[in-house]
Design a protein around this ligand. Structure first.
Ligand code: ES4
Ligand code: ZN
Length: 319
């Protein structure tokens, strides 16, 4: 079964498969500290979010030119389409590239080359969401937003990602206010490794429309009640949670209980090249391991479109 679905939590840099990483390394004369793709794959054993992020940022060294970003996004969209994705809202991390001397114009220009052909080529509509790295300063985030102004016709929203604990949402109040004033939609990672209070802060201080992960809301019944009442979408990523040890096993994932509680959950792949699966793989794993029935799976797929930033009815109906 391949349900039509929207992918709402996907870091494009997290779709860099080992084969493409080596191909781009060769093309750009970059030496990776791994002998081959098997050696690289063997490094995909993570203790926590930070141990993953270290490798994630290290591998980005191979992304240098517009063509690299176009090839990365094109490969992702082809895979996503093959797994039933009809719409993808794609995160990217500008600071991870500008810090290496790769300009924002190169990143957005390259991604856009693949995205603008996607509807015709893959039947997948797309949006771009620019994420600020929360372990960098608020000033750096604001400078990134200013640098993005020439490209805002191609950017739908802003998000917040990277190492969560110790970097509460309120640190980015000003830049999220400025983004809202520019007409950008707002989302943020919260409650992945960080406490439930970060989820509340993302809603109240940053004004986010969706919470990325939001997993730890389950520790606070009042917060769960609020999220249910306000129908706040949570973009869950179960395979990511298993690989980053936020949950012990997929079988122990709280997704079924969260759906039973009435939370508006969506199912997403986060960094599929690292966490063992794209959107369809994630739906399959959840069906097999958590025993979710067809009705629940259809609810998750329907939620993904309802929680998306697709606006006009015509566009929604076409999906
Ligand atoms: C991420 Cl899984 C995850 N969490 C936070 N930030 C990220 N960036 C890329 N993947
Ligand atoms: Zn994420």
């Amino acid at each position: 079964m391949s349900l039509p679905k929207a992918e709402l939590h996907l870091h494009i840099e997290g779709t860099l498969e080992p084969e493409l990483a080596f191909e781009l390394a060769a093309r750009n004369g970059v030496t990776l500290p791994y002998a081959d793709t098997d050696a690289l794959r063997a490094a995909y054993r993570f203790e926590d979010l930070q141990s993953f992020l270290n490798l994630y940022y290290e591998l980005m060294a191979v992304l240098r030119t517009e063509q690299d970003f176009a090839d990365l996004a094109h490969a992702y969209l082809a895979r996503a389409a093959a797994q039933g994705v009809r719409h993808a809202e794609i995160f990217f991390d500008p600071q991870a590239h500008t810090a290496r001397g790769v300009g924002l114009g190169t990143v957005v220009g390259g991604l856009w080359r693949a995205l603008e052909r996607s509807r015709a080529e893959h039947g997948v509509s797309t949006r771009l969401i620019m994420c600020f790295l929360r372990d960098e300063s608020a000033e750096s985030a604001m400078a990134t937003l200013r640098a993005a102004e020439p490209y805002l016709d191609r950017i739908t929203g802003v998000g917040l990602d990277s190492a969560e604990v110790g970097h509460p949402p309120a640190k980015f109040r000003e830049v999220f206010d400025a983004a809202a004033a520019l007409g950008l939609r707002r989302v943020a990672h919260a409650g992945e490794e960080g406490p439930p209070a970060y989820i509340t802060e993302a809603l109240d201080v940053l004004g986010v429309e969706r919470v990325d992960h939001g997993l730890r809301c389950t520790e606070d019944p009042d917060l769960v009640a609020r999220l249910v009442r306000e129908r706040v979408p949570l973009t869950l990523c179960p395979l990511s949670n298993v690989r980053l040890r936020t949950v012990d096993t997929l079988a122990a994932h709280p997704l079924p209980a969260m759906l039973d509680a009435g939370l508006m959950c969506t199912l997403n792949s986060d960094d599929p090249a690292y966490f063992g699966g794209y959107a369809g793989d994630t739906f399959d794993a959840v069906r097999r391991t958590l025993g979710l029935g067809d009705e629940r799976l259809r609810e998750l797929a329907r939620n993904s479109f309802l929680a998306s930033f697709l606006e006009d009815d015509e566009e929604l109906r076409a999906r």
